[in-house]
Design a protein around this ligand. Sequence first.
Ligand code: ATR
Length: 278
Amino acid sequence: MTTAPHKPALNAGVMGWPISHSLSPRLHGYWIEQYGLEAGYTALPVEPENLENALLSLHTNGFAGCNLTLPHKEAAIEHMSELSKTAREIGAVNTVVVREDGSLFGDNTDAEGFIQSLTHQCPEWKTTTKTACVIGSGGAAKAIVVALKNKGIDNIIVANRTVEKAAALSGNAISLSDIGEALPKTDLLVNTTSLGMAGQPPLEVDVTALPEHAIVSDIVYNPRITPLLKAASARGLKTAEGIDMLLYQAVRGFHYWFRIEPEVTEDLRIHVLTGMKK
Ligand code: ATR
């Protein structure tokens, strides 16, 4: 585990643009209350051209650090004094720690969040997964490919509408329209696209082509059970829902800033999910 030197300040937040839909204040706010901390976690609207200033003023404003979301995760890299190995591998920062001397340490907890989420929901994945198929090639897909590689999964097929983007993530890239060929050899299927999200068309994947032991994971959490997960469950496959990746990626940040390793519970899931804006 990478550790970052840390000072006991009690403010944190999430920088993004736009930021009003972020569930992070609700999530961290729940833990702050649960653990009785005199602390704050706020949504910080930061336009791209103000990112550097906003990061540099964290220290003077008494912040222990912050999370970063769209569109700042990649741009923040150059403003960090030090990066964790995972942040370097993914090429993006989602968690910033302000050190005692004001310097900034950048980490990426998305990969760990995905692995924790999968491990808590389907612990058998570690022994059953020889081949994973990741659908999508955006930032989330990149973090998940890095996470799986670091866990020793060598066969990672990346399927994407734009196959060139998939090729940047894996030597085994295919077009999403050809996914039918990959499914019979897929032990773990992960959707990282927005397909299946409320207001979006569903992801059309024939889950009957997957082996009987396959696990299906979706990072979409609105709705909590996506059409993909519903179809997989109806076929008797194990599934891992998306909300836990959001919750588990937040654990390490909370620990960096507030020195408490917070718990992920069903109460927390419901609290966060009921905060979603329609
Ligand atoms: P993030 O960084 O949050 O992972 P992103 O960078 O916007 O999100 O990536 C979205 C992913 O969903 C991409 O892989 C995108 O495919 P393209 O690379 O071809 O654009 C995929 N995606 C979004 N809408 C899609 C659709 N209607 N059909 C197929 N794939 C879609």
